[in-house]
Design a protein around this ligand. Structure first.
Ligand SMILES: NC(=O)c1ccc[n+]([C@@H]2O[C@H](COP(=O)([O-])OP(=O)(O)OC[C@H]3O[C@@H](n4cnc5c(N)ncnc54)[C@H](O)[C@@H]3O)[C@@H](O)[C@H]2O)c1
Length: 376
C-alpha cells in the first residue's frame, strides 16, 4: 500500500466537494458593496448609497432594484400621447403616524404620484398632526400606565388623547356642513327630477374636502386636494373618523350622512384602465396593497410594482404575497418589472426616494398646480 494513496482524501469526497464549475453567464455581476474609501473624506449621499447597494446582495440589492424600477416608471412616456405612468402609492396608517408622512407629503406636493390608497388612520393622523403633535415614545412603555395618563401608543410613538378631542372639535362642524350640502342637493334633485343634482359623498371626495378645510402646508391631504390627487380609503370608518361618524349619527338624527364606496371604486378602476402605464408603490400590506393591485387587474396588470413590507407568505396572506402571486391573478403583467423589499418602510423608503423622485437634477413639478383629470 502506498503512503500517497493513504494520505489522499477519497475521490468520492473530492468529486463531491470540488465539483468543477461551469463558467457563470456573461454579464453576471460580482458582489460588491459600499466602499467608503471612494468618497474621499466627504459625506456619501443617500442616492450614492443606494447606487452602491445594487450588488451587495440580500435586501440592499432589493432596495436598489426598487429605485431602478421607480426610475423606469418615471422615465416612461407614451410614444404618441406623451402620457406618463400612472403611479398608485399605497401606505398603511402607521406610516402617516410616523415621520414618513413628511416623505409622502413631498411626493404629493410635487405631484410625483397620481393616486393614493390608505386606511382611515392614514387620513385622520395627517389631519390630527396639523392640530397637535405626535411624540416619540418607547415600544416598552407599559399600556396601563399610558392609559392612566390618557396617552395612546403606536409602536414607539405616543399620541395624547387630547389630540383626538381636538380632532373631534374640528371635524364635527365639517360633518354638519357635508350633511347640509347633501340634504340641499338631494332636495333639489327631488324637485328637478334630475339625478345629476344629487350629491353622493364618497371617501375620496370627503378626504379632498378635509384637505381643503385643514388648509395647512404640513398636510398630505392639503397638497393632494390642491394637486387633484385622489386619496382612496374604502374603509374610511375604521379609525377615529369612524368614531366621529358614529357620534354624528346621533347628532344629525333622523338625517344621516351617506357615503358611497362604489363611486370611488369606479374612479380608481377607471384610472387604472385608462392609464398608458401603471406603476404600484406599496408600503405595507393589507387593504392598501390589495385595493391597488385589484384596480390594476382591470387593465390586465400593472407594468411596474414595488412592494415594501415585513409580511411573509407562508401563511397565505395577501399582505405577505410576493409580486409573482399577483402575476398569477393578472394584477401585475407577466413581463412587468417588480420587486418585493422585505424591510420596515420608514428605514428604506426615504433612501429610495432620495435615489429617485428627490434625486438632484431630477425635474420637480412646481407645487400647487392641478393635473389633468383622467378619472371619470
Ligand atoms: N396609526 C395607525 O396605525 C392606525 C390608526 C387608526 C386606525 N388604524 C386602522 O387599523 C387598521 C389596520 O391598519 P392598516 O391596514 O393600515 O395596516 P396594518 O398596521 O394592519 O399593517 C398591515 C401590514 O402591513 C405591513 N406593515 C405595516 N407597517 C409596516 C412598516 N412600517 N414597514 C413594512 N411593512 C409594514 C405588515 O405586514 C402588516 O401586517 C386600518 O383599518 C386602519 O385604519 C390604524
Amino acid at each position: 500500500m502506498s503512503n500517497q494513496s493513504n494520505n489522499a482524501p477519497p475521490s468520492s469526497v473530492t468529486d463531491a466537494v470540488l465539483l468543477p464549475s461551469e463558467p457563470v453567464p456573461e454579464g453576471t455581476h460580482r458582489v460588491s458593496g459600499v466602499d467608503f474609501e471612494k468618497f474621499n473624506g466627504r459625506d456619501i449621499t443617500a442616492a450614492e448609497m443606494v447606487d452602491n447597494m445594487k450588488n451587495m446582495g440580500f435586501q440592499s440589492s432589493a432596495v436598489a432594484d426598487a429605485a431602478r424600477i421607480i426610475n423606469e416608471m418615471r422615465a416612461y412616456r407614451h410614444p404618441e400621447t406623451g402620457d406618463k405612468t400612472t403611479i398608485f402609492l399605497g401606505y398603511t396608517s402607521n406610516l402617516i403616524s410616523s415621520g414618513l408622512r413628511d416623505t409622502i407629503r413631498y411626493l404629493v406636493r410635487h405631484r410625483h404620484v397620481s393616486a393614493i390608497v390608505t386606511t382611515a388612520g392614514g387620513v385622520e393622523e395627517d389631519l390630527i398632526k396639523c392640530l397637535a403633535p405626535t411624540y416619540m415614545g418607547s415600544f416598552t412603555a407599559p399600556g396601563a400606565g399610558l392609559r392612566a395618563k390618557g396617552l395612546n401608543r403606536i409602536g414607539n410613538l405616543i399620541v395624547p388623547n387630547s389630540n383626538y378631542c381636538a380632532f373631534e372639535d374640528w371635524l364635527i362642524p365639517i360633518l354638519d356642513k357635508l350633511l347640509e350640502e347633501q340634504e340641499v342637493a338631494n332636495k333639489k334633485a327631488q324637485k328637478t327630477g334630475n339625478e345629476e343634482d344629487e350629491l353622493h359623498w364618497t371617501p375620496s371626495r370627503i378626504i379632498e374636502r378635509l384637505g381643503r378645510e385643514i388648509n395647512h402646508e404640513d398636510s398630505v391631504l392639503y397638497w393632494a386636494a390642491k394637486n387633484n390627487i385622489p386619496i382612496f380609503c374604502p374603509a374610511l370608518t375604521d379609525g377615529s373618523l369612524g368614531d366621529m361618524l358614529y357620534f354624528h349619527t346621533f347628532r344629525s338624527s333622523p338625517k344621516r350622512l351617506r357615503v358611497d364606496i362604489v363611486d370611488d371604486l369606479r374612479r380608481i378602476n377607471t384610472m387604472a384602465v385608462r392609464a398608458a402605464r401603471a406603476g404600484m408603490i406599496i408600503l405595507g400590506g393589507g387593504l392598501i396593497k390589495h385595493h391597488i393591485a385589484n384596480a390594476c387587474l382591470m387593465r390586465n396588470g400593472a407594468e411596474h410594482a414595488v412592494y415594501i413590507n415585513t409580511a411573509q407568505e407562508f401563511d397565505g396572506s395577501d399582505a405577505g404575497a410576493r409580486p409573482d402571486e399577483a402575476v398569477s391573478w393578472g394584477k401585475i403583467k407577466a413581463d412587468g418589472q417588480s420587486v418585493k423589499v422585505y424591510a420596515e418602510a420608514t428605514v428604506v423608503f426615504p433612501l429610495i426616494v432620495a435615489a429617485t423622485f428627490a434625486r438632484a437634477g431630477q425635474p420637480q413639478s412646481p407645487d400647487g398646480e392641478t393635473q389633468k383629470e383622467m378619472q371619470n
